[in-house]
Design a protein around this ligand. Sequence first.
Ligand code: OAD
Length: 258
Amino acid sequence: MSIEKAAQILKRARYPLFLSGAGISAESGIPTFRGKEGLWREHRAEATGGRESRAATMASMRAEDLATPEAFQRDPALVWQWYNWRKRLISEKKPNPAHFAIRDIAHKLPNLLCATQNVDGFHALAGLEGVLEMHGNIFRTRCLGCSDVRENRGEIDPETLCVACNQAALRPDVVWFGEALPQNILHTIYERLHVCDAIIVVGTSGSVYPAAGFAVEVRRREGYVIEINIDETHRPYANDVYIRAKAGEALPQICALI
Ligand code: OAD
């Protein structure tokens, strides 16, 4: 029933918006940030190995403690260790039926604007064109000196110098806590939010702004909010359509009805 309603709303929407979070990649085998198998826990177990002092430090850490400019300034090797581990993990996995379904939905609804908080690049890998990667992409580096950005799929040694200027070190080209999101991406999303009559939010806990505010804004303007999430304790943004199901199961069904 709610699947049908979701399909109907999306089909009728003039300015629809899609937003995904870590939950959409969970079925690919990528741990989410705040679930039971949260990222920091995995990292602690796998990457810190026998180094007791570092393991002890990691025990009290969350993603928010590693994904910050301060953490990088304090200990770039530790932060790169975390990102190298995540890059390795993502490289071994692939997009799942949810990523392919949203690609197909976008083909059926050419006016659908797609944004993601994920840095894994899976939407693009699944063939979704023009997706706005709000938090950057883990497979790119940015020079701390000249700001040169380039694709860099391999592991990064924290000592590596930028190939463009040969003077400064590299950081992941992702948005860290406390940093501004890319201006052009935000601008495009807010332009859509001003007219948006339906948003579909998939696999996000809604704990990180500005993304957490998008559905609230659409609702405030009396647009529809469709949400897909497996969490029984999750408080939906609105009661329009709340689908408690795995993204990889719900999205293909919605797609089939559009
Ligand atoms: P979270 O880990 O906070 O939330 C993931 C959500 O996905 C949870 O609400 C889960 O219930 C849900 N979920 C898990 N598996 C699912 C499935 N198969 N189908 C549907 N839903 C599922 O991830 P985000 O909300 O994306 O930012 O986190 C937002 C930001 O916080 C991230 O982009 C990252 C993080 O720290 C930065 O690094 C700046």
